[in-house]
Design a protein around this ligand. Structure first.
Ligand code: ADP
Length: 464
C-alpha cells in the first residue's frame, strides 16, 4: 500500500513542470467549483422546500378560517333560535358571505394535490350542506301553530339536525387538516434534513478546500524549489561551459600556434641549417602527438559523459593492478621523489574495467609527480574500509588553492599558478579520473593545502 503510494508520488515528481503546474491550479479550482455547485443546488432545494412549507401553512390557515366560519354560523343560528334576537345572526351572515371565497382559496391552494382534492370535495359538500340546513332552519323559523311542548320538540329536532351536520363538516375538515398536518411534518423534516446536509457539505468543503489548498501550496513550493534548483544548475552549467570554451580554446590554440611557428622556422632553416630544421620537425611531431592525446582524452570524456554506471561483468584484484601501474609510472616519471607504496596483504576484488582503473591511478600519480618539487614525497596507499577499497595518493607538493579546489575536476581547468610556472598539462586528467570513478559507482575527493601538499582519495565498492 505504502509502496504503491510512494510509486505514485515518484511518478508525480517525474511529470513535466507545466503538467504539475496545471494540476496545482486545477485542484483547488475544481474543489471550489464543485463546492459552489453543490451549495447552489442545496440552496435552491432549501428555497423550494421552504416554499412548500409556507404553502402548507397557508392551506392550514384557510382550513381554520373555514372551521371558524362554520362555528360562527352554527352558534349564531343557535343563539337566534334560543333568544329570537336578530343580533345573534350577524356572525352567521358574515360567515355565509365569506364562505365562497374561503372555499375558492382553499381549492386553488390544493389544486395540485389530487389526494387532498378528493378530501376537499367531501369537505365542500359537507360544509355547504350545513350552511344550507342553517339557512333552511332560519327561513322556516318557529311554527306558531304548534303547541308549546311540540314546539320545544321541533326546536330540539332542529338543533339535533344542525349538530349532526356540524359533526359531518368537522369530520371532513379534520380529515383534510390532518392530511395537511402530515404534509407539513413531512416537508419540515425534509427541509431540516436539507439544512443539515447543507451544513455537512459546508464543513466538508472547508476541510477538503483546506486540504487541497495545503496540498497545492506544498506542491507549488516543491515545484518552485525544483525550478529554482534547475535555474541554479543551469547557471553553473553555463559558467562551466564558458570556462570550458575559454580553457579549451587556449589548450588547443597554444600547440597549433607552436606547431605553426616550428614549421615556419623549420622551412626557413631547411637549406642553411638542415640539422636545426630536423630539430624543429621533431618538436612538431611531439606537439602533434600531445594534441593527438588531447583529442583522445576529449573523445573518451565525450563518450562517457552522462552515461549511467554499467554492470561490469569481470572482477579483478586491485593489488597487482596498482603494483603494475606504479611500475609503469616509475619508468616514465622524472626521478627525484621519495615514493612509498602501501598495499594490503590480501586481495581486494573489484568489478570493473581494469584498463580504465589503471588510467585513474596513473593520472593521480602523474599529477603528484608533476606538482611536487624534487625531493618531495609521494605516497600511494591501498586499503579496505568496510565494503570499499580506498586508494589514497598524497604528495608534499605545491598544493591547490581554495579558489581552485571546486574547479579542478572541470574540463581543461588548470590552476593559474601552474600556468604561470609553465608546468605542462592538458587540464583533462582529473576530469577523466572523476568520470571513470563514477562509472564504477565510486567517489573521488581531494584534501589540499597550498604549499603543503595534496591527497586524492578514490573510494570504490568491492565486488560482493
Ligand atoms: P593537468 O594536470 O593536466 O593540468 P588535471 O585535470 O590533472 O590537469 O589537473 C587539473 C589541475 O588540478 C591542475 O592544473 C593543477 O592545478 C591541479 N592539480 C591536480 N593535481 C594536483 C596535485 N597533486 N597537486 C597540486 N595541484 C594539482
Amino acid at each position: 500500500m505504502l509502496k504503491k503510494l510512494w510509486l505514485k508520488i515518484q511518478k508525480w515528481q517525474q511529470l513535466p513542470p507545466t503538467q504539475r503546474g496545471i494540476v496545482i491550479i486545477a485542484l483547488p479550482v475544481c474543489c471550489l467549483l464543485s463546492t459552489v455547485g453543490v451549495l447552489i443546488w442545496l440552496s435552491a432545494s432549501i428555497a423550494d422546500y421552504e416554499g412548500w412549507v409556507r404553502h402548507t401553512q397557508r392551506v392550514q390557515l384557510e382550513g381554520r378560517e373555514l372551521l371558524n366560519h362554520l362555528i360562527d354560523a352554527e352558534t349564531g343560528v343557535r343563539g337566534y333560535h334560543l333568544t329570537q334576537q336578530v343580533g345573534f345572526l350577524e356572525p352567521y351572515y358574515t360567515a355565509a358571505a365569506q364562505l365562497p371565497s374561503t372555499l375558492e382559496n382553499l381549492e386553488a391552494l390544493i389544486s395540485d394535490n389530487p389526494h387532498q382534492l378528493a378530501h376537499f370535495q367531501d369537505l365542500k359538500s359537507a360544509v355547504k350542506e350545513t350552511f344550507q340546513l342553517l339557512a333552511q332552519q332560519l327561513e322556516e323559523g318557529l311554527n306558531p301553530s304548534l303547541a308549546e311542548a311540540e314546539q320545544r320538540l321541533y326546536f330540539y329536532q332542529q338543533l339535533e339536525q344542525a349538530k349532526q351536520a356540524m359533526d359531518r363538516s368537522r369530520a371532513a375538515i379534520n380529515a383534510f387538516m390532518s392530511e395537511e398536518d402530515r404534509l407539513l411534518v413531512d416537508r419540515q423534516q425534509q427541509l431540516e434534513a436539507l439544512r443539515q446536509t447543507n451544513t455537512v457539505v459546508l464543513l466538508l468543503a472547508v476541510v477538503v478546500g483546506l486540504g487541497s489548498s495545503g496540498l497545492a501550496i506544498h506542491w507549488f513550493r516543491q515545484l518552485y524549489q525544483e525550478v529554482n534548483l534547475r535555474g541554479q544548475r543551469l547557471e553553473v552549467a553555463c559558467d562551466r561551459l564558458a570556462r570550458f570554451t575559454a580553457n579549451a580554446s587556449h589548450q588547443l590554440r597554444a600547440p597549433i600556434a607552436a606547431i605553426l611557428s616550428h614549421v615556419q622556422v623549420g622551412l626557413l632553416l631547411a637549406r642553411q641549417a638542415p640539422e636545426q630544421s630536423l630539430l624543429r620537425l621533431e618538436k612538431v611531431a611531439t606537439l602533434a602527438k600531445s594534441m593527438g592525446q588531447l583529442v583522445n582524452d576529449l573523445l573518451f570524456l565525450a563518450r562517457y559523459e552522462g552515461v549511467s554506471p554499467p554492470d561490469f561483468a569481470t572482477s579483478f584484484d586491485l593489488v597487482p593492478l596498482i603494483e603494475e601501474v606504479v611500475q609503469e609510472w616509475q619508468e616514465t616519471s622524472a626521478a627525484g621523489h621519495h615514493f612509498h607504496l602501501e598495499v594490503p596483504p590480501v586481495p581486494l576484488m573489484i568489478k570493473g574495467d581494469c584498463e580504465m582503473l589503471k588510467q585513474v591511478v596513473f593520472n593521480l600519480l602523474t599529477n603528484a609527480d608533476r606538482y611536487t618539487p624534487k625531493g618531495g614525497t609521494i605516497t600511494l596507499q591501498l586499503n579496505q574500509q568496510g565494503t570499499s577499497a580506498v586508494i589514497n595518493v598524497s604528495d608534499t607538493g605545491m598544493g591547490i588553492s581554495e579558489a581552485a579546489l571546486p574547479h579542478i575536476f572541470d574540463y581543461f581547468y588548470r590552476d593559474e599558478r601552474v600556468r604561470q610556472q609553465g608546468i605542462s598539462g592538458s587540464g583533462l586528467g582529473l576530469a577523466i579520473v572523476r568520470q571513470i570513478v563514477h562509472l564504477h559507482r565510486g567517489t573521488v575527493t581531494v584534501h589540499s593545502q597550498e604549499n603543503q601538499g595534496s591527497t586524492f582519495t578514490v573510494k570504490l565498492p568491492l565486488a560482493p
